[in-house]
Design a protein around this ligand. Structure first.
Ligand SMILES: [Zn+2]
Length: 407
């Protein structure tokens, strides 16, 4: 119908009218439109950095994210104002204050991204993850590590799978016995039953994690052991700066990994960059610490900073383990709570006796660590960012505060 109509119109117009319309259109373009298009182009500046929606007066504003400061919006966590931007040569680790639980986000020197654990399920913890990913412009996680199946670690990973692209997952060899596990494809629900010597995860939230993984298109799925290491390189001025993420435990073959205690599935990991060694431990307890001690006899990484195991509980951070790795700085992810009484006084006393500086998410809030490719000096407290309360308070245990005996 439309074609017939236009044909009819063309036939009705005399040829001289068509010629005049064409000439008028060309004149209109040269004398009016061209100028206006030109002036918009000038407004945009010479690098095309800003779109036409740039607010007036912002023409010379440096782009956010590439400098040391302008990185964060108004929602910048207190104490992070001078934190160097992660990536582009900097290794940044963010220990999110998720209360009782673990959640870390890492921006590697080559701009790859990682999330380790996700805290207890709660809307405020989801909001916390969103706050940081917004600040860091993260929409994709190159790596996701679930250390073990407990609720205070796996809690918000269904949200992560729903809202971010996840490219590679490292997960423990833990069997789900939740009813919804019937919906898991073959090869997803691995691990050993209790009768076989493993630890079963009964929770829906762990099963939801496995379902999220199953539905994540193109995601590489790795059940971790000591061979799951990865790394990357940042190149600047013709020099290569490498980082490594080494799974030191579990040392068993993947198909043989089983522990009686759910926490002991947590891997002990060393993250190394430009001479700095950071140890991550999940909730590993003494069984896993012993596996580490036996597996790396007299060849222990001399660690600059450790994420203390199991929120500072007494079942982790045995003296032999701490003496082997000699941490100079420690981060404890824990909440203000009367029930768990984390961290325990005994562990804080051990750390204080070793002159290890302790940072805690319950007293310091969000904590970040930044290691630069350019630094050739030792790791020190000026690479740790947080709101600093009186740090001496950080050596007072939850059990002391709540006046309870050790257990
Ligand atoms: Zn935990």
């Amino acid at each position: 119908m439309a074609r017939r109509k236009s044909k009819k119109l063309t036939v009705m117009l005399p040829a001289w009218v068509v010629v005049i319309i064409v000439i008028a259109s060309i004149a209109f373009y040269f004398f009016y439109l061209k100028d206006h298009i030109g002036s918009d182009t000038d407004k945009n500046g010479n690098n095309g950095n800003f779109s036409a929606a740039t607010p007036a007066g912002f023409e010379n504003l440096p782009e956010g994210g590439n400098g040391n400061n302008g990185n964060f919006s108004a929602a910048t966590p207190a104490g992070f104002e001078n934190l160097p931007e992660g990536g582009n040569g900097n290794l940044n680790i963010y220990f999110l204050d998720v209360g009782q639980g673990d959640c870390m986000i890492i921006k590697f020197p080559d701009n790859k991204t990682m999330i380790i654990d996700s805290g207890n399920v709660s809307s405020s913890n989801k909001q916390k993850i969103k706050q940081f990913t917004d600040l860091l412009n993260i929409t994709v996680f190159d790596y996701l590590l679930l250390t073990h199946a407990d609720a205070d670690h796996v809690g918000n990973f269904d949200y992560v799978f729903e809202n971010y692209e996840v490219k590679k997952v490292f997960r423990p060899n833990v069997l789900s016995t939740h009813a919804n596990a019937a919906n898991l494809n073959e090869g997803i629900n691995v691990g050993f039953s209790k009768a076989q010597g493993g630890t079963e995860a009964t929770s829906k939230i762990y099963c939801d994690f496995l379902l999220g993984l199953q539905n994540e298109e193109g995601c590489e799925d790795v059940v971790f052991n000591k061979d799951s290491d990865f790394g990357g390189t940042y190149t600047e001025g013709g020099r290569d700066y490498e980082y490594t993420f080494d799974f030191l435990t579990p040392v068993a073959e993947i198909t043989d990994i089983k522990y009686k205690n759910a926490n002991d599935y947590s891997p002990i990991v060393s993250l190394t960059y430009n001479g700095t060694v950071i140890l991550l431990t999940g909730d590993a307890e003494s069984v896993m610490e012993n596996e580490f001690l036996n597996g790396y006899k007299n060849n222990y990484p001399d660690c600059d900073l450790i994420k203390i195991g199991h929120h500072g509980a007494e079942t982790s951070s045995k003296q032999e383990f701490l003496s082997a790795v000699k941490p100079e700085y420690a981060v404890i992810q824990c909440g203000v709570t009367t029930s768990y009484k984390h961290p325990r006084q005994l562990i804080l006393d051990r750390l204080q006796a070793m002159q290890t500086s302790v940072y805690r998410t319950d007293t310091n809030g969000d904590i970040a660590v930044s290691v630069s490719y350019a630094d050739d000096y030792k790791f020190s407290s000026d690479k740790i960012y947080c709101v600093k309360s009186d740090m001496t308070e950080n050596y007072i245990g939850g059990d002391t505060v709540y006046n309870n005996s050790h257990s």
